[in-house]
Design a protein around this ligand. Structure first.
Ligand SMILES: [Zn+2]
Length: 410
């Protein structure tokens, strides 16, 4: 983590309001009363010191920030500047100027200018991940507000016991993240929720709390419970040794991916290839994010955003799942169905489309030079399905509608 502390004039702070997110996942909603806000403005107009703020820089050009600490103060400043409330009616005058009951616009010029150029100390944090920010937030709040997993661990019930049991699985010992504040329990609970929902879902603290309550009689011998353990065994056998790339968000994404694949595809003997694919993907990702924004793979830049912000939201998880599954099928194109299904799946189609660059490969009627629209092409079996051809990415190709129809005529 890198910190850069400098004073920001309030006009600047107000000017970039649109680019500052005051409600990242780990924050509480605004709770300041009007008199607390008025006191802060009074403090600023008297040139007294205001405690420094912590922002995390999420991206550049244009710069975007998360507020790690200081959101109530920031809101109070913005709202006063926008005329949403006035100075307290009983405020004392400053250097002989009466300020009681005035709005920003009504302030004497000198005081308005003092407000505008007031230097707010802001520590901008870069080069950090969400876990580190959560930890920092907790410390800034004296650790009193948000021990979400610690609170869950105090909730009696069989779900709590199952989570604790799962958090002891050897898979977590080879992951790249530490068990700070019960992170293993937290991630284990997220995996369980994904499995119980049978699809990608929100896995934020509120969703986990709900699961603990609804599933307090959870049967740790149930099929779902066995499947979760089996998948963690699979993931452990896949990586076998300490793997720094298995960061928290990756562990959750990989779990969701393997869980999904295990239902439909034969992945039993694919552990080595899956490991290689994943480590290659991570290597590629780390190379791309070092490049300048014009040169880097825009998908990887977008992926990077999804793993540094709101990582536990359904949007982020779904987006990552789609990208990872396509990359996996590009890398291991002959993964087979459990039953030889004739229809290509969404993730297979994504991989075929990308590999064939959107161009018809059948070329019975066309010359294969026109790019097919994503929703207007047919996934064609190279060796026909009727002749035993597999429904795999490696036996699939793009056929444009015209060529596909002509094939049917023959
Ligand atoms: Zn064609």
């Amino acid at each position: 983590m890198e910190n850069n502390k400098k004073p920001w004039p309030l006009t600047t702070v107000c000017g970039i309001r649109e680019r500052i997110d005051t409600n990242p996942d780990f924050q509480r909603p605004a709770v300041w009363s009007k008199s607390q806000k008025q006191l802060l403005i009074d403090t600023i107009l008297r040139n007294y010191d205001v405690p420094k703020m912590y922002w995390r820089k999420l991206s550049s050009k244009p710069d975007q920030y998360d507020v790690v600490d200081g959101q109530q103060r920031l809101r109070a400043i913005w709202e006063f500047r926008a005329g949403e409330y006035r100075i307290a009616k009983d405020a004392d005058s400053i250097n002989g100027d009466a300020i009681a009951g005035l709005s920003y616009e009504e302030l004497p010029d000198e005081l308005r200018m003092r407000f505008d150029i007031y230097p707010l100390d802001v520590v901008v944090i870069t080069d950090t991940d969400e876990d580190e920010v959560r930890e920092m937030f907790l410390r800034l709040q004296n650790g009193t507000t948000l021990k979400a997993q610690e609170k869950r661990n105090a909730m009696p019930g069989k779900m709590r016991d199952f989570v604790k049991d799962l958090a002891d699985h050897k898979f977590f010992t080879i992951c790249g993240f530490a068990n700070r504040r019960y992170t293993f329990d937290h991630v284990a609970a997220q995996m369980i929720l994904l499995e119980l929902t049978s699809s990608i879902c929100n896995v934020k603290n509120a969703d986990l709390n709900k699961m603990y309550k609804l599933q307090k009689d959870f049967d740790n011998k149930s099929e779902k419970a066995k499947k979760i353990k089996r998948l963690l065994d699979y993931l452990f056998d896949t990586f076998e040794e300490k793997t720094p790339e298995l960061e928290r968000y990756n562990a959750i994404s990989l779990y969701a991916l393997i869980s999904y694949l295990s239902e439909k595809y034969v992945i039993k003997d694919r552990k080595g290839e899956i490991k290689d694919w994943f480590l290659d993907f991570e290597k590629y990702r780390k190379e791309e994010i070092k490049k300048s924004e014009d040169e880097a793979d825009p998908e990887i830049i977008a992926y990077h955003g999804r793993i540094s912000h709101s990582t536990d939201s359904i949007d982020s998880l779904k987006w990552r799942h789609e990208l990872l599954s396509r990359h996996l099928f590009e890398s291991i194109p002959d993964i087979k169905f459990k039953d030889n299904n004739r229809t290509f799946t969404h993730e297979q189609r994504l991989a075929i489309y990308r590999r064939d660059k959107g161009l018809c490969q059948l070329t019975l009627k066309c010359d294969g030079a026109n790019k097919c629209e994503w929703d207007n092409w047919h996934a064609d079996h190279i060796t026909p399905w009727s002749k035993g051809g597999e429904t795999t990415v490696s036996n699939g190709q793009i056929a444009c509608q015209e060529c596909n129809l002509s094939k049917g005529d023959r």
